[in-house]
Design a protein around this ligand. Structure first.
Ligand code: SF4
Length: 144
């Protein structure tokens, strides 16, 4: 038996389901000449995993969490997140766009930072509130 005997056909793609801690190993079989045309999905233990395999194979999406600048806040940056996953191919461009954003404290948790980010239909919002800095609450004031 040679190594080629064990080679997998290139009609098979493998994914790890992140839907729950079971981490099922998913296998997607496609048409030989049409890699986007799914013939069968195997390895899932529930419907959610089957849907995830279809999504990951045809249009992978990711949640984006990062931080943006904020003026007059108790910290220099505030954490933000997308409300829904966005196409994986747009994650880098969104991070670049968020580098241009600068908020002004105070801000509430859930405040829209970027509406319909990059035309995805998904908003980016703050994931915590941030008070405006005062003499009493500014970061590091306790050691002055
Ligand atoms: S297929 Fe279902 S059971 Fe398996 S990891 Fe995904 S969500 Fe969990």
């Amino acid at each position: 038996m040679t190594a080629l005997d064990n080679a997998q056909p290139d009609t098979l793609s493998h994914y790890l389901c992140i839907g729950c801690p079971m981490g099922c190993r998913l296998e997607v079989e496609t048409e030989p000449d049409h890699p986007s045309q799914i013939v069968e999905v195997r390895g899932f233990s529930c419907r959610r995993g089957e849907q995830y395999a279809h999504q990951e194979h045809t249009e992978p999406r990711r949640m984006v969490t990062t931080t943006v600048k904020i003026d007059r806040g108790i910290w220099a940056r505030v954490p933000v997140k997308t409300l829904e996953p966005i196409p994986k191919g747009q994650v880098k461009d969104l991070c670049i766009a968020l580098r241009q954003v600068c908020l002004t404290a105070p801000v509430e948790r859930g405040a829209v930072v970027l509406a319909d980010a990059l035309g995805t239909g998904v908003d980016v919002v703050t994931s915590r509130s941030m008070a405006a800095a005062t003499f009493d609450n500014v970061a590091g004031s306790a050691v002055r």
